[in-house]
Each structure stands twice: as C-alpha cells, then as structure tokens.
Write a protein that binds this ligand. Structure first.
Ligand code: GA4
Length: 337
C-alpha cells in the first residue's frame, strides 16, 4: 500500500497567521541541559521553531535501550497476536489506521497511558510472561523522561521570566495529568525498496500534524524520517540521533503562552531499507484544566487570542478531527478590526 505525500496546502486550508519573520534556517536548535544558557536557548527555539534537540539530558541510556528492546519484541509478535491489543480506543495497538477519521500511514503503534498501573488487561495478556519486564522498562523510562520534561518546562518559565517556575510542570506532575505514551514502528516500506533517490517518492509513515498536548518528547533509533515544518511552510528533515531527545511544542503550550510559542507541524516519511522505532511521551494537563494564556506571559494591554476551553473540550475536538487539521483554528478569537 502506498500513501503519497500531499502538500501542506492540499490538507490544510487555514493559512498560519504567524507574524514572525523567518530567519535563514541554521540547523535544529540544540540545547545542552547542563549549560547555564539553556533557558534562553529553549525560549528562542520555542519561539522560532516550536522544536529543539536536547543533549546531556540525564535519562540513563540503559532505560532507553531496555524499553526499545521490549518494543521490538512486541512489534515482532505475529500480527494476529498484536491485534489482540487493538483496535485503539484510543489506547491500544493500531496498524496503518491513525485516529478514527480516515488517516493512514506506513506505521504500527501502541498507545498507552503513562500510568503503568492502569495499563489495559488486553495488552498485558498479549505480553504473557514478558508483561513484568515490559512494565518495569516502561515505568523506569516514563519516570525519568517525565523528570527531564519537568526540568525543561521549569527552564522555560525561567527563560520567560514567569513565576512560579512550576506553572507548566505542575500540570504534568498533577496526579490527574492526562499524559500518554506512544511506541511507533515504521517497517521498511517495500514500495520504496530499490528506488534511487531521484525516482524515490514520499510515502507517509505518519501524516503532518501538531500535537494537542503541552509538550511532546521523542526518542527514536538512528533511522531518518522525521520532518518539521518551518514558519515559512518549508519542510526540514531532522537528522536522527538515538542518544538525544527531540522536543515539540504542543497546541496547549501555544495557548498558555498566547501564541508566543507555536506548536510545530511535523510528519514522518517511510524508509525503504531500515525500520524506525520511536517512543514519545505526550505531557498533558488534567482533563478539567482550563487552557488559557497565563496572565504573566501577556503584556498589560495584550488580549487572549483564544476562546476559553478545558483540556477535556480540546481533546474531544482533537479526536474528532483529521490529523492535518488546524485544530486550534476553532478556538481562535477573531481579532476586532
Ligand atoms: C497526535 C499526537 C498523539 O500521537 C495522539 C494522536 C491521536 C491518535 O493517534 O489517536 C490523534 C492525533 C494525535 C491528533 C488528531 C486525532 C487524534 C489521531 C487523530 C487523527 C495520541 C494525540 O493525542 O493526538
């Protein structure tokens, strides 16, 4: 099955209304978490790209490789076994179909809650004797990544000079936080095998979209495929780096900062030769949380660019949309002339 890339304009009828002037692209912003300039670099990257790469992140390599090998074990099971953990509702195993509204990609995945105690029985029964190892690897990984993510969110509030410094991180730390976790496996795509780069076409692994949550933290193996969209609408390939994490600004953080940060559109292209495995932590607020610009990020005269909504309302609307839709469009206030 081949899914040919559509240009952004075919999918996406709302133009992005960014007033920011695009600078010449000088590479994916790189943030070293151990350096004192990290807070300013994080703010700059969120303003310019909604995306950056983290090194010296403090997440033990062993947690990463253990979870990756558990993921590979799961994806290597026969399809009929994996399908016992599906279809996703929205959590569970999915294959080629993404969401409920007709999106497809060259990908199989597992969507899970970050609360390992409430991982579904249908998934655990597929893992059989291996369930304990999988859950322990997942637990270690998620705890360490959540800690790093909160550190990043606190550096973000320092960089924005807003108080308290846990304004963002407390939403992920809340017991009721609606965060989730995704394992993606992009198998080598047979349609692309043996094609020279001149005749290669784009096969979509995961179609273009923004993430609805506050922040997403991605780690992948060394297979390429991820692309991000710059503010001028052009697409940039992100060189893979299995030792680093990549951070996406989500729609909710765009609203909390009243558009000062913009969520990043991204997609994954399939590969003809190598399989790609990625794991993504999506940091979300509690369902009842009101998502509105923080007073402390707005200037005296500044008005909210968005209508009021809770994370529950936004999530509901997101899950009834297509992947490439401009989900925040429905929640934008029309500026008075
Ligand atoms: C994008 C970010 C996360 O992967 C996700 C995705 C979700 C899904 O795969 O079920 C959605 C997508 C994501 C946004 C629009 C809807 C819902 C697929 C889709 C078409 C788990 C999420 O929270 O939103």
């Amino acid at each position: 099955m081949v899914f040919v890339t559509k240009s952004a304009s075919e999918h996406f009828s709302y133009p992005r209304t960014s007033t920011k002037v695009s600078k010449l692209f000088s590479g994916i912003p790189l943030v070293d978490l151990t350096k004192p300039d990290s807070k300013q670099l994080i703010v700059n990257a969120c303003e310019e790209y909604g995306f950056f790469k983290i090194i010296n992140h403090g997440v033990p390599m062993d947690f990463i490789t253990r979870l990756e090998s558990e993921a590979i074990k799961f994806f290597s099971l026969p399809l009929s076994e994996k399908e016992k953990s599906g279809p996703p509702n929205p959590l569970g195993y999915g294959n080629k179909h993404i969401g409920k509204n007709g999106d497809v990609g060259w990908v199989e995945y597992l969507l899970l809650t970050t609360n390992t105690e409430s991982i579904s029985q249908r998934f655990l029964s597929v893992l059989g004797n291996n369930a304990d190892e999988f859950c322990s690897a997942l637990n270690d990984y998620i705890s360490a990544v959540k800690k790093m993510t909160c550190e990043i969110l606190e550096l973000m509030s320092d960089g924005l000079k807003i108080q308290p410094r846990n304004v963002f991180s407390k939403l992920l730390m809340d017991e009721q936080s609606d965060s989730c976790f995704r394992l993606n496996h992009y198998p080598p795509c047979p349609e692309l095998q043996g094609l020279s780069s001149a005749s290669a076409r784009n096969v979509i692994g995961f179609g273009e979209h923004t993430d609805p949550q506050i922040i997403s933290v991605l780690r992948s193996n060394n297979t390429s495929g991820l692309q991000i969209s710059l503010r001028d609408g052009s697409w940039i390939s992100v060189p893979p780096d299995q030792n680093s994490f990549f951070i996406n600004v989500g729609d909710s953080l765009q609203v909390l900062t009243n558009g000062r940060f913009e969520s990043v559109r991204h997609k994954v292209l399939a590969n003809g030769l190598k399989s790609r495995v990625s794991m993504i932590y999506f940091g979300g607020p509690p369902l009842s949380e009101k998502i509105a610009p923080l007073q402390s990020v707005m200037n005296a005269e500044e008005e909210s660019m968005y209508k009021e909504f809770t994370w529950f309302e936004y999530k509901k609307s997101a899950y009834s949309s297509r992947l490439a839709d401009n989900r925040l469009g429905h929640f934008e206030r029309i500026a008075a002339a």
